[in-house]
Structures are given as C-alpha cells and as structure tokens.
Design a protein. Structure first.
Length: 104
C-alpha cells in the first residue's frame, strides 16, 4: 500500500508479482478525486511505469493527466487522430495536447 497524509491506494491487486510483462489498464483513474489525491495517483502510476517497468494504459479526458504519459493516442469515433510522444518536458507536452484539442 502507498500512504500519504490523505489517501491510501491499495496497489496489490493492480499488478502481479511475477517477472513477466505487467500491463495495467486504467479508465479515468483520477476522475472522481480531488486534485491532491489525483496528483498522488498519477505520480504513483508514473513511478510504477518508470521504476518497476510496468506498462500503464490509461483512458482519460483530462489533458493534464494525459501529459504525464510517454505516448498519447488521440481517438475520435474509434479512429486514431494523432499519435503523440512526450519529449520529456511535461509542461510542454501539456501545452501541445491543449493545442491539438483546440484543433479538434
């Protein structure tokens, strides 16, 4: 379990402990959370991805949460509109996402 002052997130059921590839599918993981708890969740998922080598597939409508991803695939009506890569600057990626959303 990961603990913070206001949130406790049980991670045990999310990932198996075997050494094979692990993939976690998340649908709006921060959707019903306050901003502080949402930050804890997205940073925890980022840590799991980077440090533990687990793949996270996240569905979200929140461009801020999407900006933490290394790759973003924008979909509309089941069609891929854009396949974007994060160059390492989360704020710049966030602005790029907002720009693409305005175009749509």
């Amino acid at each position: 379990m990961i603990h913070s002052t206001q949130v406790c997130i049980p991670l045990k059921p999310l990932f198996s402990r075997h050494k094979g590839a692990g993939v976690q599918f998340t649908d709006e993981p921060t959707g019903n959370l306050d901003s502080k708890s949402g930050d804890v969740v997205i940073h925890t998922l980022s840590h799991i991805n980077r440090e533990l080598g687990k793949t996270i597939v996240m569905v979200t409508h929140d461009p801020k949460m999407a900006s933490y991803c290394s790759r973003l695939i924008l979909l509309k009506d089941g069609m891929i509109l854009e396949d974007m890569r994060n160059g390492g600057d989360q704020e710049a990626f966030y602005q790029e996402i907002l720009g693409k959303m305005k175009e749509l």
